[in-house]
Design a protein around this ligand. Structure first.
Ligand code: NAG
Ligand code: NAG
Ligand code: NAG
Ligand code: NAG
Ligand code: NAG
Length: 250
């Protein structure tokens, strides 16, 4: 007998699906080598190696472009090696974008890095949205909290078609946007092969409703990435540059 569904499930205002990654990293050690595109050190003309990736400065990259008006900001004091990627940032006072050429259709990892260093510009005051050309809204009214003295990193899995792909920054009125580093690279077939394309839809109060098809064609944002029963794994030791937190504090 069909169940009588009386609860209305609030429609999410954005196409984001929130996922808990509970996969052991042991699963991901198949022969996969990271492509060399795109790893961008924003607001910089120098190359920085972070983990297994080489981030090229956006000022002298011929493979990507960004729209004006925007300008680079540099922290003039030398940061420790672990933070070398965050020595610079690009600031946008108006809506602007980075543009990438995508060579083949498929799932891509889009990773945005934000690091607020003290400078003439107070990065903590930046409030902005981030969207992509496909179109997905990645971040709404995003703001780096003053309490965080470490980089804020946001990971998204997106299904992208071949051709030009833009990541657009929309500053709120009277504010501005910034970004420290951007990664855009194909991850097919990993790790989406571990995520079903069709899942049970669960509402915020925990009621299971209809099945939810077509997950792979949505934007998937990582909320937590937990190495269950294992230690913390930092991006240096993960094939795709991901950070995994442990599930206990011991
Ligand atoms: C952009 O906005 C920042 C922060 O409000 C401000 O300090 C800076 O002067 C502005 N730059 C330009 C070129 O308008
Ligand atoms: C560079 O960033 C660090 C870390 O936020 C900060 O302590 C330092 O004051 C900054 N230096 C300059 C010149 O902005
Ligand atoms: C961050 O917060 C502290 C205390 O809450 C404050 O003193 C400091 O000025 C703030 N820094 C910025 C850059 O807003
Ligand atoms: C940013 O997103 C919020 C929430 O969806 C929206 O209200 C706001 O108008 C957007 N701002 C810009 C500048 O796009
Ligand atoms: C990476 O893994 C190696 C070997 O397990 C470990 O010694 C090293 O501390 C790890 N690096 C980081 C940054 O976690």
């Amino acid at each position: 007998m069909a169940k009588n569904q009386t609860k209305k499930v609030p429609k999410s205002s954005s196409p984001l699906i929130f996922l808990l990654h509970l996969l052991s990293v042991g699963l991901t050690c198949a022969a996969y080598s990271l492509p060399d595109k795109y790893f961008i050190n924003c607001g910089s003309d120098t190359e920085v190696t972070s983990g297994n990736r080489i981030f090229r400065g956006d000022l002298n990259s011929d493979s990507i472009s960004f729209s004006e008006p925007s300008y680079p900001v540099k922290n003039s004091s030398q940061l420790p090696d672990t933070l070398a990627l965050y020595q610079t940032a690009r600031v946008f006072n108006q809506s602007s974008y980075y543009e990438f050429e995508i060579s083949s259709k498929g799932t891509h990892l889009v990773r945005l890095h934000f690091f607020a260093f003290s400078s003439a510009i107070n990065f903590y005051k930046a409030v902005f949205n981030v969207s992509t050309s496909h179109p997905f809204f990645l971040l709404h009214n995003f703001n780096v909290q003053n309490s965080s003295h470490s980089p804020v990193i946001k990971d998204f899995f997106l299904s992208i078609t071949q051709g030009k792909f833009r990541v657009r920054f929309w500053p709120q009125e009277t504010s501005f946007a910034f970004v420290s580093a951007i990664e855009v690279f194909p991850v097919d077939p990993l790790p989406l092969s571990f995520i079903p394309d069709n899942a049970q839809h669960v509402s915020p109060i925990g009621i299971k409703t209809n099945s939810y098809p077509g997950i792979h064609s949505k934007a998937l944002r990582t909320i937590y990435r937990i190495n269950v029963g294992g230690p913390m794994i930092s991006q240096e030791n993960d094939t795709l540059g991901r950070n995994w937190i442990p599930d206990d504090n011991s």
